[in-house]
Structure formats: C-alpha cells, structure tokens
Design a protein around this ligand. Structure first.
Ligand SMILES: O=P(O)(O)OC[C@H]1O[C@H](O)[C@H](O)[C@@H](O)[C@@H]1O
Length: 292
C-alpha cells in the first residue's frame, strides 16, 4: 500500500471498518475484512486502495497526489459527475465535475457474509455550486469482498430534467503499462488526442500516450497484464475510456511511477450527456474481479 495512507487518528465504527484521518487531515475509512483491505477517502468518495487478501494492490495512487482536500486526488477511483472532462462555458469549471472535489457523508455500513458495503452520500443540501442549480442526490456503494464493487446512483430530485455524464475513473496498478492488453473494447474509438474517430478491431496493446473513448465497448472488459487479469463487469455504462498521459504527465504525477498505471474507466456519457427526468434515478456500476 502507498505509504501516505497511514492513519494518524482512528476510531472503530464496526467490526471491520475504522474511521480516521491521514496526515494532513484527509478523513478516510479503512475496511479490513477477511476478503480484503480498502481505504476510502470521504473527500470525493474516492477509493484509494484495494488489496485482496494474499494479493498485491489493485489500484494505483500517485505519490504526488494532493491529500489535503484542495484538489482532486490523482489515483484510486475518482467519481466524475455531473460531467466528464472539460465543460465548455463562460467560466472555467472543474474538470470531471464537482463530485470528486467535495466531502461526502457516510450514509451507512453493512456487514454481510460476503463482505462489507460502505455507502456514501452527496446531495444539494451539502454541495450546490452556482453552476449546477439542480436538486440531486448521489449515493456510492462500495462493496469490499474477494472482488470489488462500486455502484453510483444518481437521483434527480429537482422539478426540472437535467443532463449528466458520469464515470468511475479507475486507475489500475498494472506493473508495466507497455505490457497491458485490454479486451472487449469494441472496434471503434474516438481519439481525444487527434479528435478523430478510428476503427480498430481486436485487442488493445497499450502504447502511451493514449486518451480514447470506446463507445461500443462490451459490458465485460478484461485488463490483462503479465501478472494478473482483472475482469470489469459493468452495468449502466455506454463507453469505456482508456487513458495514459505518456511522459507528459500532470503536475501531481511522476513519469517513472506513471509507468505502472493505466486508467480503464467505466463511463456513461450519452451524446451530450444523459437526460434524467424529475424523480428518476440512474445507476452506473462496476464489479472488478480477478480472473487469473
Ligand atoms: O487531470 P484530470 O482532470 O483528472 O483528467 C485526467 C484524464 O481523465 C480522462 O481519462 C480523460 O479522458 C483525459 O482527457 C484526462 O486527461
């Protein structure tokens, strides 16, 4: 586990969940059950670490990640909502929306035979930016078991319909990015680097830099590295995004550490977002399991 994730204060919440803070004050939940150990930041409802019993870390977290609640955390599984990427408009708006930049509330912990479910909650009662004048509720359920499950539920609590996009922006710890393959992406992608639509059937052999949206990806995608294969079993998505910045990394990433990272993101993007009617809810989910 990344060394920055040690608790400086802690309190037991249930048999398998401890609440505490990291150095710098980031509030986290540590789940330790017989299946796995997970660290969840309340800032962004962001899973930072997932280590199944007897295995190595599945997720990648930047050693330069900002863990002081001033900026999004580079690594783990950020929640992108209510838009993905940049949002054009008269004022600069946060990349990937505002859900990953705010403190969520703990809604509940459920201890089950098959693991622990931690539920986190964000709504317009807590966070209502002037650029998002709608009533909403978000719930993220994180299931810590021999596999990892994340379900994001978006509710429209407003009287007006609104459009949104969402992504579970997973950063995987892959050993060596050049040796990764991704299966199940479908034969076409939109290349965000060139702006072109490209037809490329077959398995993706990762060669950074790349920033691609695969709108015909299958619900089941496999990320294969020499040491393991992870199956991403997705529900409610319409795209998979694959991203690695190559050597031109953002300021909160090291080039050398970045060589062991690949983002494979479960996304619901629609054409210009997805319309959600008043009173309606929509879910986006991924279950990640090890195949070999
Ligand atoms: O730097 P961030 O705002 O976290 O975005 C990191 C990356 O996220 C996604 O993968 C997008 O497709 C990329 O275009 C973007 O660069």
């Amino acid at each position: 586990m990344y060394s920055g994730l040690h608790l400086v204060s802690q309190k037991g919440l249930t048999d398998s969940v401890i609440g505490g803070t990291l150095q710098g004050g980031l509030p986290v939940l540590v789940v330790q059950n017989r299946f796995a150990r997970a660290v969840i930041s309340l800032f962004g409802a962001q899973l930072l670490s997932f280590i199944p019993a007897g295995q190595r870390e599945w997720l990648w977290l930047s050693q330069k990640a900002h863990l002081d609640q001033t900026r999004p955390i580079r690594g783990g599984i950020p929640i992108c909502w209510p838009w993905f990427g940049a949002r054009p408009g008269p004022q600069p708006l946060p990349s990937h929306g505002f859900a990953r930049n705010h403190l969520w509330q703990l809604d509940g912990i459920s201890e089950q035979i098959q693991g622990t479910i931690v539920s986190l909650f964000l709504s317009d009662d807590q966070v209502k930016p002037d650029y998002w004048p709608y009533a909403y509720e978000l719930q993220l359920d994180i299931h810590v078991s021999h596999q990892l499950g994340l379900t994001l539920t978006c509710h429209n609590c407003d009287r007006r319909p609104w459009h949104f996009a969402a992504a579970l922006h997973s950063y995987f710890n892959v050993g060596q990015v050049q040796s990764c393959q991704v299966h199940g992406l479908g034969g076409r992608y939109r290349d965000k680097l060139s702006g072109q639509s490209v037809i490329h059937p077959g398995v993706l052999q990762v060669r950074p830099p790349l920033d691609r949206i695969y709108p015909r990806a299958e619900p089941q995608v496999v990320l294969a590295t020499p040491n393991r294969s992870l199956l991403l079993d997705q529900v409610g998505m319409d795209s998979v995004v694959v991203w690695h910045p190559g050597r031109h990394v953002p300021g909160d990433m090291e080039v050398s550490q970045g060589e062991s990272m690949l983002c494979v993101e479960t996304a619901l993007l629609g054409d210009q977002g997805v319309l959600l009617a008043p009173g309606q809810a929509q879910q986006l989910a991924v279950t990640i399991s090890r195949q070999r």
